[in-house]
Design a protein around this ligand. Structure first.
Ligand SMILES: Cc1ncc(COP(=O)(O)O)c(C=O)c1O
Length: 407
Protein backbone atom coordinates (compact mmCIF):
# COMPACT_ATOMS: atom_id res chain seq x y z
CA UNK A 1 0.00 0.00 0.00
CA UNK A 2 1.41 3.38 -0.90
CA UNK A 3 1.05 6.49 1.21
CA UNK A 4 0.95 9.81 -0.53
CA UNK A 5 2.69 12.71 1.18
CA UNK A 6 1.37 15.42 -1.15
CA UNK A 7 -2.37 15.07 -0.45
CA UNK A 8 -3.86 17.73 1.84
CA UNK A 9 -4.78 16.44 5.31
CA UNK A 10 -8.43 15.46 5.27
CA UNK A 11 -10.80 17.59 7.41
CA UNK A 12 -12.71 14.40 8.19
CA UNK A 13 -16.42 13.87 7.70
CA UNK A 14 -18.62 16.87 8.43
CA UNK A 15 -20.37 16.48 11.75
CA UNK A 16 -24.18 16.23 11.37
CA UNK A 17 -26.11 18.74 13.46
CA UNK A 18 -28.86 18.63 16.06
CA UNK A 19 -31.92 20.89 16.11
CA UNK A 20 -31.63 24.39 17.60
CA UNK A 21 -33.82 23.63 20.64
CA UNK A 22 -31.37 20.90 21.77
CA UNK A 23 -28.91 23.65 22.73
CA UNK A 24 -31.40 25.24 25.11
CA UNK A 25 -31.90 22.52 27.74
CA UNK A 26 -30.92 23.02 31.36
CA UNK A 27 -27.64 21.20 32.19
CA UNK A 28 -28.72 20.59 35.79
CA UNK A 29 -31.70 18.61 34.47
CA UNK A 30 -29.40 16.22 32.64
CA UNK A 31 -27.32 15.77 35.79
CA UNK A 32 -30.08 15.13 38.29
CA UNK A 33 -31.75 12.49 36.16
CA UNK A 34 -28.69 10.31 36.85
CA UNK A 35 -28.35 11.09 40.60
CA UNK A 36 -30.53 8.15 41.62
CA UNK A 37 -27.94 5.73 40.24
CA UNK A 38 -24.94 6.91 42.36
CA UNK A 39 -24.08 4.28 44.98
CA UNK A 40 -24.64 5.47 48.57
CA UNK A 41 -26.42 8.65 47.49
CA UNK A 42 -29.76 9.44 49.13
CA UNK A 43 -31.84 10.74 46.25
CA UNK A 44 -34.32 13.34 47.43
CA UNK A 45 -34.28 14.68 43.88
CA UNK A 46 -36.54 12.15 42.16
CA UNK A 47 -40.22 12.63 41.54
CA UNK A 48 -40.97 8.97 42.00
CA UNK A 49 -43.64 6.99 43.80
CA UNK A 50 -42.36 4.36 46.28
CA UNK A 51 -41.50 1.21 44.27
CA UNK A 52 -41.98 -0.95 47.40
CA UNK A 53 -45.67 0.05 47.36
CA UNK A 54 -46.54 -0.85 43.76
CA UNK A 55 -49.63 -3.15 43.87
CA UNK A 56 -47.89 -5.96 41.99
CA UNK A 57 -50.48 -8.69 42.60
CA UNK A 58 -53.29 -6.41 41.35
CA UNK A 59 -51.31 -5.65 38.20
CA UNK A 60 -50.54 -9.36 37.74
CA UNK A 61 -54.21 -10.32 38.01
CA UNK A 62 -55.27 -7.46 35.70
CA UNK A 63 -52.66 -8.53 33.13
CA UNK A 64 -54.01 -12.11 33.05
CA UNK A 65 -57.60 -10.86 32.81
CA UNK A 66 -56.63 -8.42 30.06
CA UNK A 67 -55.20 -11.22 27.92
CA UNK A 68 -58.10 -13.57 28.69
CA UNK A 69 -60.76 -11.00 27.86
CA UNK A 70 -59.16 -9.07 25.01
CA UNK A 71 -57.08 -11.90 23.46
CA UNK A 72 -55.03 -10.88 20.44
CA UNK A 73 -56.69 -7.41 20.42
CA UNK A 74 -54.61 -6.61 23.53
CA UNK A 75 -51.45 -7.18 21.49
CA UNK A 76 -52.37 -5.35 18.28
CA UNK A 77 -52.34 -1.69 17.27
CA UNK A 78 -55.27 0.19 18.74
CA UNK A 79 -57.35 3.25 17.87
CA UNK A 80 -55.34 6.46 18.25
CA UNK A 81 -57.90 7.84 20.76
CA UNK A 82 -57.54 4.74 22.96
CA UNK A 83 -59.61 1.66 23.84
CA UNK A 84 -63.25 2.68 23.67
CA UNK A 85 -64.12 0.89 26.91
CA UNK A 86 -61.26 2.59 28.76
CA UNK A 87 -62.36 6.01 27.47
CA UNK A 88 -65.88 5.16 28.61
CA UNK A 89 -64.64 4.05 32.05
CA UNK A 90 -62.66 7.30 32.54
CA UNK A 91 -65.64 9.38 31.33
CA UNK A 92 -67.89 7.54 33.77
CA UNK A 93 -65.46 7.91 36.65
CA UNK A 94 -64.98 11.68 36.24
CA UNK A 95 -68.67 12.46 35.64
CA UNK A 96 -70.53 14.12 38.51
CA UNK A 97 -74.00 15.64 39.02
CA UNK A 98 -72.72 18.76 37.28
CA UNK A 99 -70.37 17.24 34.71
CA UNK A 100 -71.55 14.66 32.21
CA UNK A 101 -68.71 13.18 30.15
CA UNK A 102 -68.86 10.91 27.11
CA UNK A 103 -66.06 8.76 25.61
CA UNK A 104 -65.65 11.52 22.94
CA UNK A 105 -64.37 13.75 25.76
CA UNK A 106 -61.48 11.39 26.54
CA UNK A 107 -58.13 10.65 24.88
CA UNK A 108 -55.90 7.91 26.33
CA UNK A 109 -52.24 8.91 26.36
CA UNK A 110 -48.88 7.31 27.06
CA UNK A 111 -48.60 8.75 30.56
CA UNK A 112 -50.03 12.19 31.22
CA UNK A 113 -46.74 13.72 30.10
CA UNK A 114 -47.65 12.73 26.55
CA UNK A 115 -50.88 14.72 26.92
CA UNK A 116 -48.79 17.70 28.08
CA UNK A 117 -46.58 17.34 25.02
CA UNK A 118 -49.51 16.93 22.61
CA UNK A 119 -51.09 20.13 23.93
CA UNK A 120 -47.90 21.96 22.91
CA UNK A 121 -47.90 20.21 19.54
CA UNK A 122 -51.56 21.02 18.85
CA UNK A 123 -51.54 24.65 20.06
CA UNK A 124 -48.08 26.21 19.88
CA UNK A 125 -46.40 27.75 16.84
CA UNK A 126 -42.87 29.02 17.41
CA UNK A 127 -42.96 32.19 19.55
CA UNK A 128 -46.51 31.70 20.86
CA UNK A 129 -46.96 32.39 24.56
CA UNK A 130 -47.77 29.94 27.34
CA UNK A 131 -49.02 31.24 30.70
CA UNK A 132 -47.55 29.25 33.57
CA UNK A 133 -47.19 29.39 37.32
CA UNK A 134 -43.61 30.30 38.27
CA UNK A 135 -42.12 27.88 39.29
CA UNK A 136 -43.71 25.21 37.11
CA UNK A 137 -43.40 21.51 36.26
CA UNK A 138 -40.05 20.76 34.65
CA UNK A 139 -41.43 17.92 32.48
CA UNK A 140 -43.83 20.38 30.85
CA UNK A 141 -41.03 22.87 30.15
CA UNK A 142 -39.00 20.03 28.58
CA UNK A 143 -41.98 18.77 26.57
CA UNK A 144 -42.66 22.18 25.05
CA UNK A 145 -39.04 23.17 24.40
CA UNK A 146 -39.04 21.90 20.77
CA UNK A 147 -42.00 24.19 20.01
CA UNK A 148 -39.88 27.25 20.99
CA UNK A 149 -42.62 28.97 22.99
CA UNK A 150 -42.45 32.19 25.00
CA UNK A 151 -43.53 32.15 28.63
CA UNK A 152 -45.42 34.66 30.71
CA UNK A 153 -46.17 34.30 34.40
CA UNK A 154 -49.79 33.60 35.15
CA UNK A 155 -50.93 36.77 36.95
CA UNK A 156 -52.52 36.33 40.40
CA UNK A 157 -54.94 39.11 39.56
CA UNK A 158 -55.98 41.20 36.60
CA UNK A 159 -56.39 40.36 32.93
CA UNK A 160 -54.26 37.75 31.18
CA UNK A 161 -51.77 38.69 28.48
CA UNK A 162 -52.29 37.09 25.09
CA UNK A 163 -51.37 33.39 25.10
CA UNK A 164 -52.40 30.07 23.56
CA UNK A 165 -53.03 28.31 26.86
CA UNK A 166 -52.52 28.56 30.60
CA UNK A 167 -51.01 25.62 32.48
CA UNK A 168 -51.63 24.85 36.15
CA UNK A 169 -51.06 21.95 38.56
CA UNK A 170 -53.81 22.89 41.04
CA UNK A 171 -53.40 19.99 43.50
CA UNK A 172 -50.06 19.69 45.35
CA UNK A 173 -48.10 21.26 42.57
CA UNK A 174 -44.78 19.96 41.31
CA UNK A 175 -42.52 21.52 42.58
CA UNK A 176 -44.15 23.63 45.34
CA UNK A 177 -46.76 21.23 46.79
CA UNK A 178 -49.25 24.14 46.84
CA UNK A 179 -53.02 23.75 46.39
CA UNK A 180 -55.21 26.28 44.58
CA UNK A 181 -58.15 27.13 46.77
CA UNK A 182 -61.67 27.54 45.41
CA UNK A 183 -61.51 31.33 44.96
CA UNK A 184 -58.27 31.06 42.96
CA UNK A 185 -59.89 28.36 40.80
CA UNK A 186 -62.92 30.56 40.16
CA UNK A 187 -60.64 33.44 39.18
CA UNK A 188 -58.71 31.22 36.72
CA UNK A 189 -61.93 30.10 35.08
CA UNK A 190 -63.30 33.59 34.64
CA UNK A 191 -59.97 34.86 33.20
CA UNK A 192 -59.79 31.91 30.83
CA UNK A 193 -63.39 32.52 29.68
CA UNK A 194 -63.00 36.29 29.18
CA UNK A 195 -59.70 35.96 27.30
CA UNK A 196 -60.60 32.87 25.23
CA UNK A 197 -57.49 30.98 26.38
CA UNK A 198 -57.45 27.21 26.94
CA UNK A 199 -56.84 26.24 30.57
CA UNK A 200 -54.80 23.07 31.12
CA UNK A 201 -55.40 21.39 34.50
CA UNK A 202 -52.65 18.82 35.11
CA UNK A 203 -53.70 16.67 38.06
CA UNK A 204 -51.46 13.67 38.74
CA UNK A 205 -51.42 14.17 42.54
CA UNK A 206 -55.06 14.97 43.45
CA UNK A 207 -55.68 11.56 45.05
CA UNK A 208 -52.59 11.81 47.27
CA UNK A 209 -54.19 14.03 49.91
CA UNK A 210 -52.94 13.72 53.50
CA UNK A 211 -55.23 16.34 55.00
CA UNK A 212 -57.41 19.32 54.06
CA UNK A 213 -60.61 19.55 52.05
CA UNK A 214 -60.99 18.17 48.52
CA UNK A 215 -61.22 21.01 45.99
CA UNK A 216 -63.51 20.71 42.94
CA UNK A 217 -61.66 20.24 39.66
CA UNK A 218 -61.47 23.11 37.18
CA UNK A 219 -63.03 20.71 34.68
CA UNK A 220 -66.10 20.18 36.84
CA UNK A 221 -66.36 23.85 37.82
CA UNK A 222 -66.31 24.88 34.16
CA UNK A 223 -69.08 22.48 33.07
CA UNK A 224 -72.47 23.81 32.06
CA UNK A 225 -74.85 22.06 34.51
CA UNK A 226 -77.32 19.75 32.79
CA UNK A 227 -75.45 19.72 29.45
CA UNK A 228 -74.76 16.32 27.88
CA UNK A 229 -71.03 16.02 27.12
CA UNK A 230 -68.41 18.68 27.91
CA UNK A 231 -67.77 21.63 25.59
CA UNK A 232 -65.74 23.94 27.87
CA UNK A 233 -62.18 25.20 27.50
CA UNK A 234 -60.51 23.26 30.34
CA UNK A 235 -58.28 20.32 29.38
CA UNK A 236 -57.93 18.04 32.39
CA UNK A 237 -55.03 15.56 32.59
CA UNK A 238 -54.89 12.44 34.74
CA UNK A 239 -52.73 9.34 35.12
CA UNK A 240 -52.36 5.95 36.80
CA UNK A 241 -48.67 6.69 37.44
CA UNK A 242 -49.10 7.86 41.03
CA UNK A 243 -51.94 5.57 42.15
CA UNK A 244 -50.77 2.32 40.48
CA UNK A 245 -47.31 2.57 38.87
CA UNK A 246 -45.57 4.87 36.37
CA UNK A 247 -44.35 1.89 34.32
CA UNK A 248 -47.87 1.31 33.03
CA UNK A 249 -47.60 4.60 31.10
CA UNK A 250 -51.35 5.13 30.97
CA UNK A 251 -52.76 8.62 31.32
CA UNK A 252 -55.60 10.64 29.80
CA UNK A 253 -56.71 14.03 28.59
CA UNK A 254 -60.33 15.08 29.08
CA UNK A 255 -61.80 18.04 27.24
CA UNK A 256 -64.19 19.26 24.56
CA UNK A 257 -64.52 16.91 21.55
CA UNK A 258 -62.77 19.39 19.19
CA UNK A 259 -59.77 19.55 21.57
CA UNK A 260 -59.72 15.74 21.89
CA UNK A 261 -59.76 15.40 18.07
CA UNK A 262 -56.87 17.90 17.78
CA UNK A 263 -54.84 16.02 20.40
CA UNK A 264 -55.58 12.70 18.66
CA UNK A 265 -54.34 14.19 15.38
CA UNK A 266 -51.15 15.27 17.16
CA UNK A 267 -50.80 11.85 18.80
CA UNK A 268 -51.07 9.91 15.55
CA UNK A 269 -47.63 11.02 14.45
CA UNK A 270 -46.16 10.40 17.89
CA UNK A 271 -46.98 6.76 18.68
CA UNK A 272 -50.07 5.69 16.68
CA UNK A 273 -51.62 4.54 19.96
CA UNK A 274 -50.77 3.99 23.60
CA UNK A 275 -49.78 0.35 24.26
CA UNK A 276 -52.99 -1.61 23.77
CA UNK A 277 -51.85 -4.17 26.34
CA UNK A 278 -51.25 -1.51 29.01
CA UNK A 279 -54.62 0.05 28.23
CA UNK A 280 -56.35 -3.32 28.63
CA UNK A 281 -54.56 -3.81 31.97
CA UNK A 282 -55.56 -0.28 33.04
CA UNK A 283 -59.18 -1.03 32.09
CA UNK A 284 -59.23 -4.15 34.28
CA UNK A 285 -57.62 -2.22 37.18
CA UNK A 286 -60.13 0.62 36.88
CA UNK A 287 -63.11 -1.74 36.55
CA UNK A 288 -62.13 -3.30 39.88
CA UNK A 289 -61.25 0.11 41.39
CA UNK A 290 -57.82 -1.33 42.20
CA UNK A 291 -56.27 2.16 42.06
CA UNK A 292 -58.87 3.65 44.40
CA UNK A 293 -58.50 0.71 46.82
CA UNK A 294 -54.73 1.21 46.82
CA UNK A 295 -54.86 4.95 47.59
CA UNK A 296 -55.29 4.62 51.41
CA UNK A 297 -52.12 2.48 51.59
CA UNK A 298 -50.21 5.14 49.67
CA UNK A 299 -51.69 8.00 51.65
CA UNK A 300 -50.81 6.42 55.00
CA UNK A 301 -47.24 5.60 53.97
CA UNK A 302 -46.61 8.96 52.27
CA UNK A 303 -48.07 10.94 55.17
CA UNK A 304 -45.66 9.17 57.52
CA UNK A 305 -42.77 9.89 55.15
CA UNK A 306 -43.75 13.55 54.74
CA UNK A 307 -43.94 13.92 58.51
CA UNK A 308 -40.55 12.24 58.99
CA UNK A 309 -38.89 14.53 56.46
CA UNK A 310 -40.53 17.68 57.83
CA UNK A 311 -39.71 16.77 61.46
CA UNK A 312 -36.06 16.15 60.55
CA UNK A 313 -36.00 19.44 58.63
CA UNK A 314 -37.48 21.24 61.63
CA UNK A 315 -34.62 19.88 63.74
CA UNK A 316 -31.75 20.37 61.28
CA UNK A 317 -32.69 22.97 58.65
CA UNK A 318 -35.14 25.44 60.19
CA UNK A 319 -32.50 28.13 60.80
CA UNK A 320 -31.46 27.99 57.12
CA UNK A 321 -34.67 27.32 55.16
CA UNK A 322 -38.40 27.91 55.40
CA UNK A 323 -41.19 25.77 53.91
CA UNK A 324 -44.86 24.91 54.16
CA UNK A 325 -45.85 21.37 55.06
CA UNK A 326 -47.71 20.20 51.91
CA UNK A 327 -51.24 18.81 52.33
CA UNK A 328 -50.56 16.16 49.72
CA UNK A 329 -48.44 15.12 46.75
CA UNK A 330 -44.78 14.23 46.81
CA UNK A 331 -42.69 17.34 47.42
CA UNK A 332 -41.54 19.87 49.99
CA UNK A 333 -40.39 23.19 48.53
CA UNK A 334 -37.80 24.92 50.68
CA UNK A 335 -36.56 28.48 50.33
CA UNK A 336 -33.32 29.72 51.89
CA UNK A 337 -33.72 32.36 54.58
CA UNK A 338 -30.53 34.01 53.31
CA UNK A 339 -31.55 36.05 50.27
CA UNK A 340 -29.33 35.52 47.26
CA UNK A 341 -28.42 31.92 48.12
CA UNK A 342 -28.06 30.00 44.84
CA UNK A 343 -29.19 26.38 45.16
CA UNK A 344 -27.40 25.47 41.87
CA UNK A 345 -24.16 26.28 43.71
CA UNK A 346 -25.27 24.38 46.83
CA UNK A 347 -25.91 21.21 44.83
CA UNK A 348 -22.27 20.00 44.49
CA UNK A 349 -21.86 20.33 48.27
CA UNK A 350 -24.96 18.22 48.81
CA UNK A 351 -23.76 15.56 46.35
CA UNK A 352 -20.41 15.49 48.15
CA UNK A 353 -22.29 14.95 51.43
CA UNK A 354 -24.28 12.08 49.79
CA UNK A 355 -27.69 13.62 49.17
CA UNK A 356 -29.40 15.10 46.10
CA UNK A 357 -32.17 17.65 45.68
CA UNK A 358 -33.51 19.57 42.70
CA UNK A 359 -32.50 23.23 42.57
CA UNK A 360 -35.32 25.68 41.92
CA UNK A 361 -33.77 27.07 38.73
CA UNK A 362 -34.93 24.08 36.65
CA UNK A 363 -38.57 24.90 37.36
CA UNK A 364 -38.22 28.50 36.27
CA UNK A 365 -39.20 29.01 32.62
CA UNK A 366 -36.44 31.63 32.40
CA UNK A 367 -33.89 29.30 34.12
CA UNK A 368 -33.10 32.00 36.70
CA UNK A 369 -31.00 30.98 39.71
CA UNK A 370 -33.15 30.33 42.71
CA UNK A 371 -32.85 30.28 46.53
CA UNK A 372 -35.35 27.36 46.57
CA UNK A 373 -35.03 23.62 46.23
CA UNK A 374 -37.38 20.64 45.91
CA UNK A 375 -37.20 17.58 48.15
CA UNK A 376 -39.11 14.37 47.41
CA UNK A 377 -40.44 12.44 50.41
CA UNK A 378 -42.25 9.49 48.81
CA UNK A 379 -39.46 7.35 47.36
CA UNK A 380 -37.52 6.62 50.59
CA UNK A 381 -38.53 5.22 54.01
CA UNK A 382 -38.54 7.57 57.04
CA UNK A 383 -35.07 6.67 58.40
CA UNK A 384 -33.44 7.28 55.01
CA UNK A 385 -35.25 10.62 54.66
CA UNK A 386 -34.00 11.66 58.11
CA UNK A 387 -30.41 10.80 57.19
CA UNK A 388 -30.84 12.67 53.87
CA UNK A 389 -31.92 15.81 55.76
CA UNK A 390 -28.94 15.53 58.15
CA UNK A 391 -26.61 15.33 55.14
CA UNK A 392 -28.30 18.32 53.51
CA UNK A 393 -27.91 20.30 56.73
CA UNK A 394 -24.17 19.50 56.84
CA UNK A 395 -23.77 20.48 53.18
CA UNK A 396 -25.71 23.73 53.57
CA UNK A 397 -23.57 24.75 56.58
CA UNK A 398 -20.33 23.94 54.79
CA UNK A 399 -21.57 25.92 51.76
CA UNK A 400 -22.68 28.89 53.88
CA UNK A 401 -19.31 29.03 55.66
CA UNK A 402 -17.55 29.53 52.30
CA UNK A 403 -19.81 32.38 51.13
CA UNK A 404 -18.37 35.91 51.31
CA UNK A 405 -19.81 37.85 54.25
CA UNK A 406 -21.91 40.81 53.05
CA UNK A 407 -20.31 44.15 54.04
C1 LIG B 1 -47.17 17.78 37.25
C2 LIG B 1 -46.89 16.51 36.52
N1 LIG B 1 -47.51 16.28 35.35
C3 LIG B 1 -47.30 15.15 34.66
C4 LIG B 1 -46.43 14.18 35.11
C5 LIG B 1 -46.18 12.98 34.25
O1 LIG B 1 -46.73 11.82 34.75
P1 LIG B 1 -46.95 10.53 33.87
O2 LIG B 1 -46.16 9.46 34.51
O3 LIG B 1 -48.43 10.28 33.91
O4 LIG B 1 -46.49 10.81 32.47
C6 LIG B 1 -45.76 14.37 36.33
C7 LIG B 1 -44.80 13.37 36.81
O5 LIG B 1 -44.08 13.49 37.74
C8 LIG B 1 -46.00 15.57 37.05
O6 LIG B 1 -45.37 15.84 38.20
Amino acid sequence: MSTSSNTAPSAGPRRPEFATWMKQGNEITQQFLSFGRRPGLIALSGGLPAPDLYPISDVQEASCDALKKHGSAALGYGAVEGLFDLRKAIAHRLSTDRLSLAPENVLITTGSLQAVELIGKALIDSGDAILAEYPTYLGALDAWLPRLPRYAELPDEGPWPEAKFAYVVPNFSNPTGAVLKRKAREALLSRSAESGIWLVEDDPYGELRYEGAVQPSLLEMSAAPGAAGYEGSVVHLGTLSKTIAPGLRVGWAVGAPDMIRALAQAKQGSDLSTSTFCQAVALELIRKHADRRHVPTLVNAYRERRDALCAAAQEHLADLFEWRVPEGGMFVWMTARQSGLDTNALLPFALEAGVSFVPGSVFDPRGLVSPSLRLNFTANPPDVLQEGVRRLSRAAREFAALQPVAE
